[in-house]
Design a protein around this ligand. Structure first.
Ligand SMILES: Cc1ncc(COP(=O)(O)O)c(C=O)c1O
Length: 491
């Protein structure tokens, strides 16, 4: 007889009811043929004695197994393992769970360009260099929670929680139309806006629709690397142009337009990612004229419009576009917190409509209650108040970080204090390389992940982007001191 007493294990500290624990063990034993088909199972009374549980528990277990078809009960004869279950052709290993989790039993397309090494877990005493993120401690999470709770208690909110429009919550679209027209000088109506789950979704949708047949996308020689990946994944062929202190070189774009069928130019015009420079007024107009002449799209990623410290914000290209060339993407993910996946894509109606059609198949719809929450947050002026607060804090942090970095490490690296944004672009003296620095820095609990992605074009510019906005003075000091310790180890 099968040694049920030893192979069935009951864990009384487990939250799963005992009858279910036994059921699952029986299923595994039947699947692995440890209990072969047609085997007669012990009576419920005998088994309950063997494993030391109440008879009702065994009855419940057998009932469950019968219900699921693993065993059958034959009147007056007993309970048997169902003989009609085909043998599972499966490899049985000691550690079944592990083998399930790691290896797929099918092939699938795996694309090298999607591979990233971003840390998935963070340790407290390490500093993880970021490329310009907000400080989560300044997030108005309580105010947002209060609005969310109030909305959730209202009967009329119920009509928003079913399957709804793929364009995003109507109220938020209305509020954003007004807000973006006022703050960014856009001239849009409700037909021009799709709510997305952040700028990234906007870029994904736009590039999937723009590229029909391996067309060319122009990007900066340095560029936001996730944008490169997004476009390559959509099958775009990338052409790079130089980026200087005035942003993308639009003369180079003009030359490329003569030789190639350019479908789009991607720009982070407000502060170029990663170098932080602003696209000059002259180049903005030049780019828009080129877009009209050559009928290409300008994909404007305005990821940090709200963060400017020395001057009024520069209106996006989208505010000057009367020919329907600009696709404008933005979000509150940088402004409020990345976890709130609420963004927008602004474009001509026909393009927005098609984006909404495509969006359905990667994400049926957004989080309408969260979107409503942000509609209220913006309408009540809370977003503006939050922006004023954090811009003041980040300006102080920028000033301190830059001064302290220069004071401590000015002999080894150089940078320009950025006019806005949440990061600086730091070039290391030629004598050193980030490759060496990054290795030693890790020993000093300072982690620069993916620093190579700032030089996808392999120009050896020896620079990386370092976020400052997340650090208080004390944290900024600690950061700089760890970096200094690192560099001094190399001298
Ligand atoms: C230049 C740039 N564009 C887009 C994004 C993505 O932003 P979101 O969180 O709104 O998807 C980021 C995020 O880091 C970014 O740096």
């Amino acid at each position: 007889m099968i040694p049920y007493k030893t192979i069935l294990i009951i864990d009384r500290s487990n939250r799963q009811p005992i009858y279910l624990q036994l059921t699952h063990q029986f299923i595994d034993l039947i699947k692995s043929k440890t209990i072969p088909s047609n085997t007669k199972l012990p009576s419920s009374r005998l088994l309950s004695d063997l494993v030391g549980v109440h008879r009702k528990t065994i009855v419940a277990c057998y009932d469950e197994l019968i219900l699921q078809g693993w065993i059958i009960s034959i009147p007056k004869k007993g309970t048997y393992v169902n003989s009609t279950i085909p043998e599972l052709q499966q490899q049985w290993t000691d550690n079944l769970l592990q083998s399930r989790a790691k290896i797929s039993g099918f092939s699938f397309s795996k694309n090298d360009i999607l591979q990233r090494t971003f840390p998935q877990a963070f340790q407290d005493d390490f500093i993880y260099v970021n490329d310009g993120v907000s400080d989560e401690r300044l997030t108005p999470i309580k105010e947002l929670a209060t609005i969310y709770r109030k909305l959730a208690g209202k009967k009329e909110t119920l009509k928003h929680i079913g399957y709804g429009t793929t364009f995003g919550n109507l109220k938020l679209r209305e509020v954003l139309v007004e807000y973006l027209n006022e703050t960014r000088g856009l001239n849009i109506t409700i037909d021009n806006i799709l709510i997305t789950r952040g700028s990234q979704m906007g870029m994904f949708l736009a590039s999937q629709l723009l590229i029909e047949n391996e067309e060319y996308f122009i990007i900066g020689e340095t560029n936001y690397s996730s944008a490169d990946t997004t476009f390559q994944y959509a099958n775009a062929k990338l052409l790079r142009v130089k980026v200087d202190e005035n942003g993308l070189d639009t003369k180079a774009i003009e030359q490329l337009c003569r030789r190639y069928n350019v479908k789009a130019v991607y720009t982070t015009s407000h502060h170029h990612h990663p170098t932080t420079v602003t696209l000059s007024a002259e180049r903005r107009m030049h780019l828009l004229n080129l877009a009209k002449t050559h009928s290409f799209a300008v994909l404007e990623d305005d990821y940090d419009y709200d963060f400017h410290y020395n001057h009024a914000p520069i209106l996006p290209l989208a505010s000057h576009d009367t020919n329907g060339n600009v696709i404008y993407v933005g979000s509150i993910c940088k402004t409020v917190a990345p976890v709130f996946r609420v963004g927008y894509l602004i474009a001509s109606k026909d393009f927005v409509d098609e984006c909404a059609n495509l969006r359905r198949f990667i994400d049926r719809q957004g989080d309408a209650v969260l979107e409503l929450t942000f509609a209220h947050f913006i309408k009540e002026g809370s977003l503006d108040r939050h922006i004023n607060k954090v811009v003041r804090a980040y300006k102080d942090r920028r000033d301190f970080f830059c001064e302290y970095l220069k004071q401590e490490l000015g002999d080894y690296l150089s940078f320009k204090t950025p006019k806005g944004g949440m990061a600086i672009w730091v070039t290391l003296n030629k004598k050193y390389s980030w490759k060496e620095v990054v290795k030693i820095a890790a020993q000093n609990k300072l982690i620069f992940s993916e620093w190579q992605r700032y030089d996808s074009a392999n120009t050896n510019h020896n620079a990386v982007r370092i976020g400052f906005a997340r650090y208080t003075k004390e944290e900024a000091k600690e950061f700089v001191l760890r970096l200094k310790k690192t560099i001094l180890q190399l001298v």
